[in-house]
Ligand binder design. Structure first.
Ligand code: GH3
Ligand code: MG
Ligand code: MG
Length: 630
């Protein structure tokens, strides 16, 4: 899957997660809002209920008031007779409302005078026969109402109708409203109305969206929407003891309201928004939520597509860059592995006094015996690996290169000391690495082990200075040594004498025995001289059958003494094939005032003198005479 597609799906996924989470949160908040909203609505609803309760009571009050004020009733009363007109009036009034259970007039002695009743709500009201009228003077309501002043009303508790001392079944919730009857300023009895409350209460608590409880002041349930546990205070002794309150209710979710009616048992209404109602509201929100999610899904597609463009481009750039870096790293690795395989060493050292190493290739172990880690841990610095005699030169060469502002230069081959204290020769190509401001950052050196090459060079050098026939030093070496000795004589007055030797009549050897024998005699002669000299003395073939002996730290008389000795040794030596041979010797010493050529001339002259004087002898050059001549 391409990066772009991955990004697209990631954005899409997060978009959806965000939308769904936000919507869930909304629903959660909504639930609370719905709940508190429905409680607010419940408060309004409670006011309605209160009003309807008031209306119900006012209605009954109005009926009592109408009776109390009725002229017919009053006229009847004046005449101390209860006429059928009054009874008809009571019946008429009872008929106006199908929920009137009883409508009575009880005189001041407690005698029921007029009683209109109805067995069940909705049935026909009828006038109770005089034979059934009772004395009610001991009943609480009679006593209570008789205490009231003119125009006042009395209310009973809302309770169940009792017939013959027992709660009537089916239950008949009843409310009584009474008022005293005054005639000409005197209290003459009471008017009382019993109201069937069942249908009113049913209407009161019926609701689709609330659970409505009508409770008394102790919060005992009277009626409720679900019609459960109703009137239990009156019906069940158990309940009275144990389940006093609306225990099961979540008080926070309930709205409580006091009904403002005059009953002694203050009634309250508790309204609880039904869960079904809340759920329905929330369900509505869920549909909304689904629409929003759908919208977000649809929007997420183009949005994710757009959002993925820039990062995808960036990513492809990063990919290319990574690829390049990888390739570079690979190339670097290849280069480094080249160093690891070869004897060459790549070094990077810092511009500090001991040249601490910041990088070195593995091949350093082959060259110096130290491991890469020995350098990276700084336990070995590069300067400490350079031969003591070469360190100053290496240092100066670097200094000079820096002064000349060189970027790259090659040191003269110098020696390093390996971990095993072996000396190796190396060739050091150094790059001086600088930063933008021209400050030296470090040095990168490419070191090659040239020890073998160096040894070959020494060998060749030696070979070039050895006479191939006699295997002693040749003229080249003698010239170099003369130069060196002459320098030391001039600079340090280090004495040095020279002896020039020439074999007498050597031509005869060639002539008589041939060149091969001549060569052989030359070899033997060189050995005779060599064997008779000290370690510091050097004998070399000056040319043909002439030999030069250089004697450092040797005065003229010592040199003459040696020449005499050599002359005798040669004379006494038995050469192969030719037997006895002699040689002539010239001796000279370096003196101030004469250069090398003049000194060599001098010794040559001495030799010539020996030849002229008969050979087989030593002649000494007179240096002072020669200087005078000059
Ligand atoms: P003198 O006593 O005067 O020195 O006599 P001489 O014969 O030694 O002197 P001369 O200079 O006349 O001759 C030197 C001879 O040495 C000539 C030459 O052929 C011979 N000679 C020089 N170099 C070599 C060599 O390498 N091998 C051989 N076999 N002979 C050589
Ligand atoms: Mg000669
Ligand atoms: Mg000779």
């Amino acid at each position: 899957m391409s990066f772009r597609i991955k990004l697209f799906f990631i954005f899409l996924f997060y978009g959806l997660v965000l939308a769904v989470t936000a919507q869930f949160l909304m629903i959660k908040i909504n639930k609370d809002v719905v709940r508190s909203d429905s409680l607010k609505k419940a408060a309004l609803y409670a006011e309605d209920l209160d009003e309807s309760f008031q209306r119900n009571i006012k209605n009954s009050q109005a009926k009592l008031k109408a009776l109390r004020e009725s002229i017919i009733f009053k006229e009847n009363f004046r005449e101390h007779k209860v006429t059928k007109y009054s009874q008809a009036l009571f019946l008429d009034i009872a008929k106006t409302s199908s929920n009137i259970m009883q409508l009575r007039f009880i005189d001041k002695n407690g005698e029921e005078i007029i009683r209109v009743e109805r067995t069940n709500p909705g049935q026909e009201a009828y006038i109770t026969d005089n034979a059934y009228l009772q004395n009610k003077k001991n009943r609480y309501y009679f006593k209570d109402i008789m205490k009231l002043r003119n125009g006042e009303f009395w209310y009973s508790n809302l309770d169940l109708n009792i017939e013959h001392g027992k709660i009537e079944r089916p239950l008949k919730p009843v409310l009584r409203i009474g008022t005293p009857f005054y005639f000409e300023g005197k209290k003459e009895g009471i008017l009382i109305i019993n109201i069937f409350m069942q249908s009113f209460l049913d209407t009161l608590v019926s609701s689709d969206i609330y659970k409505i409880y009508l409770v008394d002041k102790d919060e005992y349930i009277l009626v409720n929407t679900e019609h459960k546990d109703e009137w239990n205070r009156y019906l069940s002794k158990e309940y009275k003891k144990e389940k006093k309150y609306l225990d099961s209710l979540n008080r926070e979710d309930a709205y409580k309201f006091d009904l403002h009616i005059g009953t002694p048992d203050d009634l309250k209404i508790v309204i609880i928004p039904s869960q079904e109602y809340i759920d329905a509201q929330i369900k509505e929100n869920i549909y909304q939520f689904l629409w929003v999610v759908l919208a977000v899904v649809l929007l997420s597609f183009p949005l994710s597509y757009l959002l993925s463009i820039v990062p995808a481009k960036l990513n492809s750039k990063v990919d290319t860059l990574n690829q390049r870096l990888k390739e570079e790293a690979q190339q670097k690795d290849i280069l480094l592995s080249l160093f690891d395989l070869s004897d060459a060493v790549l070094f990077q050292w810092n511009n500090d006094s001991e040249w601490s190493v910041s990088f070195v290739s593995k091949s350093v172990e082959k060259l110096l015996g130290y491991k890469q880690d020995d350098f990276s841990s700084n336990s070995v610095a590069y300067a400490s690996c350079i031969h003591h005699d070469d360190l100053l030169t290496v240092h100066n060469e670097l200094k000079e290169a820096i002064e000349k502002n060189l970027y790259f230069f090659t040191h003269a081959p110098y020696r390093v000391i390996t971990k095993e204290k072996k000396i190796k020769w190396i060739l050091d190509n150094t790059v001086i690495v600088k930063d933008e401001s021209g400050e030296i950052v470090n040095f990168v050196g490419y070191l090659t082990d040239i020890t073998e090459l160096k040894e070959k060079e020494f060998e060749l050098n030696n070979l070039a200075r050895i006479d191939q026939l006699t295997k002693i030093s040749n003229r080249l070496y003698l010239d170099e040594l003369l130069l060196k000795q002459y320098y030391r004589f001039n600079r340090y007055s280090e004495e040095c004498s020279i002896i020039l030797v020439d074999i007498d009549h050597f031509k005869e050897v060639n002539d008589n025995y041939g060149h091969l024998v001549g060569d052989k005699i030359l070899v033997e002669f060189a050995q005779v001289l060599q064997n008779s000299l000290r370690k510091d003395d050097v004998v070399g073939r000056w040319g043909g059958e002439e030999f030069l002996i250089i004697l450092p730290h040797t005065q003229l008389n010592q040199a003459v003494f040696l020449a005499e000795k050599l002359c005798r040794i040669v004379r006494e030596n038995e050469f192969s094939v030719v037997g006895k041979k002699t040689a002539s010797f010239g001796v000279a010493t370096f003196v101030h005032g004469l250069n090398i050529e003049q000194s060599v001339d001098l010794v040559d002259k001495a030799l010539y003198e020996a030849k002229v004087a008969g050979r087989n002898m030593v002649k000494v050059a007179d240096a002072k005479a020669s200087i005078k001549k000059e």
